[in-house]
Design a protein around this ligand. Sequence first.
Ligand code: FAD
Length: 319
Amino acid sequence: MGSARAIVVGGGVSGLSSAIRLLERGIAVEVWTRELPARTTSSVAGAIWYPYKVAPRERVAGWARATYAALLPLARDPASGVSLCRGVELLPRGLPDEAADFRAAASDVRALHPELLPDGFDHGFELSVPVVEMPIYLEWLLARLRSLGGELVVRALDSLAPALDAAPLVVHCSGLGARELVGDRELRAIRGQLVRVERGAVERFTLDDYDPRGVTYVIPRSKDCILGGSADDGREDLIPSEATTRAILERCAALEPRLAAARVLSVSVGLRPARSAVRLERETPRPGSTLIHNYGHGGAGVTLSWGCAHEVATLATLE
Ligand SMILES: Cc1cc2nc3c(=O)[nH]c(=O)nc-3n(C[C@H](O)[C@H](O)[C@H](O)COP(=O)(O)OP(=O)(O)OC[C@H]3O[C@@H](n4cnc5c(N)ncnc54)[C@H](O)[C@@H]3O)c2cc1C
């Protein structure tokens, strides 16, 4: 393994971001991954900055805030796949606003006058948040990793032992893979389906996290538009459901009528790695070895990526 002092297991957004923060602190890193970044769950994500299906709130808010701040400058570089998108978050009548602490991290937040809201909503906010085109962004992260001297090695593991044998520091970012790698029985999949359509004239995102039929969102990207979504707890098949596609198209067109005739380009499915709480902690599995876990980010792995990576790097450099 050459001169690497750390092995990061996992080449999704959590692993690549963690590896970059370690390299920036002068720690040589190899990333070991079963799949190339383009084949990970991270590559499927929408991906809008917004904490969803993730806990605990008090840690999530800090990680989300730090990630928002880290993504902002990337939005000035078109090659990164990150952009700052203005849009609307809707809250239905009679429900408490549970996202106020998260929203506080966003820029230019403005409460919308009820007259400007669609039927059924009595709260709404206009705000600007990062939207991340994951296929482009993962390539950008990989290029950044390599420019700092890091390497990515395709290697499937049955346990963390080979990584612990190879380097004194191991950062474990295997997402749902932690079920096999460390026997984490608390980790479960929340299946999500997305529909990619022509962007047409859509320029603003719309998000309704509370629709009882399923979370509903419209995320315009540079050349297309991502429509969501679904959240099937414990379901693990990766075959798109036609009924879910129809339901997503119908709910999104109700929020954004310009989508009514939008052509479907593709449909994708991914499994969110969910847990009662993100596992981000340090342990000493053997004398002289440090192991840091960073997985279980549910529907918010992109939203929390830089905040968690920063904490990994801080834990790694603790004496
Ligand atoms: C439909 C959908 C929409 C989403 N939308 C958003 C969104 O808008 N915003 C947001 O923030 N998040 C979103 N998410 C959630 C986000 O995708 C995840 O939280 C995030 O991708 C988790 O990243 P990760 O790097 O921890 O895991 P992963 O991307 O799953 O990466 C895990 C890595 O570990 C490797 N690995 C696993 N097992 C092994 C093994 N045995 N040996 C070696 N390597 C192994 C894999 O190959 C992979 O490289 C969405 C998810 C889905 C499914």
